[in-house]
Design a protein around this ligand. Structure first.
Ligand SMILES: Cc1cc2nc3c(=O)[nH]c(=O)nc-3n(C[C@H](O)[C@H](O)[C@H](O)COP(=O)(O)OP(=O)(O)OC[C@H]3O[C@@H](n4cnc5c(N)ncnc54)[C@H](O)[C@@H]3O)c2cc1C
Length: 146
């Protein structure tokens, strides 16, 4: 197996195609990783959630890491980002970005299922937390058979 570094453009293509990532946050020297549904646009990762441990921890410490990747043939591709958590509340100042998050995420079928109760209306429930991870840096690697 040979490992090669991916270019920034290749990383962006993988992020744009990804639907699920592994989100890592940390509090008091304790890491915490969970899978989440994601959408990528303009150097940001968008997602949503109900309240819980990861939201509490990211509010306390907004420095996060996220990994996405997939097998490819007998090898794999993987991207790791370092970023900053930013909440997108439903009010002036973040309304447009919140709507962008909703619009990007809702283009994927059943995007809301893992992170929420089943919606009963087509409107955005107000207790759902939309957020973005603003990308500070990223690296990508690919493994290919020799
Ligand atoms: C493919 C996939 C996509 C998902 N997409 C989303 C999404 O878009 N938004 C979203 O909010 N959630 C999503 N989830 C669920 C997510 O992984 C978490 O389970 C969920 O968000 C609860 O996290 P929390 O920190 O709020 O946990 P809490 O409900 O606060 O519970 C914390 C406790 O539960 C444990 N725990 C939490 N989640 C998991 C887990 N996945 N596996 C094992 N133990 C766990 C923790 O270790 C901790 O002890 C997805 C899961 C999968 C598998």
């Amino acid at each position: 197996m040979i490992i090669r570094e991916l270019s920034e453009q290749e990383c962006i293509e993988i992020l744009a195609a990804a639907r699920v990532g592994h989100l890592a946050c940390a509090r008091d020297d304790q890491p915490y990783v969970v899978p989440i549904t994601i959408a990528f646009a303009q150097r940001s990762i968008y997602s949503f959630s109900l309240s819980g441990q990861k939201i509490d921890w990211m509010r306390h410490n907004p420095k996060v890491s996220l990994q996405v990747g997939h097998p490819e043939g007998d090898g794999w591709k993987s991207v790791v980002i370092q970023g900053i958590y930013k909440e997108l509340p439903d009010r002036i100042g973040s309304k447009l970005e919140r709507e962008r998050a909703w619009s990007l995420l809702s283009s994927h079928a059943n995007w809301w299922e893992p992170g929420s109760l089943k919606p009963v209306t087509a409107s955005i429930p107000s207790d759902h937390i939309f957020y973005c991870l603003s990308i500070e840096s990223m690296t990508g690697r690919q493994a290919v058979p020799e």
